[in-house]
Write a protein that binds this ligand. Sequence first.
Ligand SMILES: [Fe+2]
Ligand SMILES: [Fe+2]
Length: 168
Amino acid sequence: MSTLAWSADLALDHPRMDGTHEEFVALLADTEAALTLDEATLLTRWTTLCEHTVEHFGQEDRWMQATGFAPENCHTFQHKAVLDVMLECAKRAREQADFEPLRLAVGELAIWFPQHARQMDAALAQHMALVGFDPETGRCAVTLDGNGEPLREPALEPITGCGGSSCG
Ligand SMILES: [Fe+2]
Ligand SMILES: [Fe+2]
């Protein structure tokens, strides 16, 4: 049994994001299962996970761009830092046959992902719900409160924090 399995408490009530996260957890479990197999299989599965993560993070980064976040916000910054490490692990394994960083990173990702999902991704899902962002159209709806007033004013300044409880 893998260290991290998909469960309802990882869901963020955002079907597109939850679907991507469920795929991520499954690909990470496939990679973890390959830790006891041959290195070629391990590298293939890790590469698939990296390719999925490029899309996963890219999708969230595009959603942030579309809903008022600054390009250099801390959530996007964390995506870049994590993806850089993942790609470096793949490079070390492929070019130097050094699998130690990759093996370590599999376990680290299983610890990192639930924290990231519950903080930064949860805050993004909540933000998209507040501005009525539709990922299918890339548009924000104007949501009105009981008095017919917009529920949330458009941000005057680009958002640089992730909106998570740990972020100022
Ligand atoms: Fe995510
Ligand atoms: Fe994220």
